[in-house]
Write a new protein. Structure first.
Length: 135
C-alpha cells in the first residue's frame, strides 16, 4: 500500500466521516457524476530524509484534501470532521508509521459547473503535513 491508500483508509474509517461520504474519497479529481459530499486529495510535495548512507524510508509529505458538498455549511462541517480526524495523529497505518500529522492551512473553494452553474459545489481545502516511515 501507499501513503495515499493509507490516508484514504484512515480518513474513511472515521465513523462520523464514513456516515457522510462512505468511501467517496478520490485521488486528484472526482469521478464523473460523483454525488456530493465527497473528498478529493492530491499530494503537494514530498521531502525525503537523506543521509550519507542514502535515502531513508522516512518522509514528510503535504496533501491537499478538498471536502466538497452542495452547501457551504456542509463543506465546512465535513472539513471540520476531517480536521478532527487527522490533526495531531500519531499512529501505525497499514503500510506506514505516522510520526505526526498536522493541519497546516484551511481555506474555501468552489467548483463551477460547466452546465452554466446549475450545480454548484462548495469546498473546504485542508492542507496537512504528514511525517511518516514507509514499511
Amino acid at each position: 500500500m501507499s501513503i495515499e491508500a493509507d490516508l484514504t483508509t484512515f480518513v474513511c474509517a472515521g465513523t462520523s466521516i464514513n456516515a457522510v461520504i462512505a468511501d467517496r474519497m478520490y485521488p486528484v479529481f472526482s469521478k464523473k457524476d460523483t454525488t456530493a459530499p465527497y473528498i478529493v486529495y492530491r499530494r503537494l510535495s514530498t521531502d525525503r530524509l537523506h543521509t550519507h548512507s542514502g535515502t531513508e524510508l522516512r518522509a514528510t509529505v503535504r496533501f491537499l484534501l478538498t471536502c466538497w458538498a452542495e452547501t457551504f455549511d456542509a463543506a465546512i462541517a465535513l472539513g471540520n470532521l476531517v480536521r478532527s480526524r487527522v490533526d495531531g495523529v500519531k499512529s501505525t497505518w497499514t503500510s506506514s508509521t505516522v510520526h505526526r500529522c498536522f493541519l497546516v492551512d484551511e481555506s474555501d473553494n468552489f467548483e463551477p459547473s460547466p452546465e452554466l452553474l446549475e450545480k454548484q459545489y462548495y469546498g473546504r481545502d485542508l492542507t496537512i503535513e504528514l511525517n511518516f516511515t514507509e514499511s
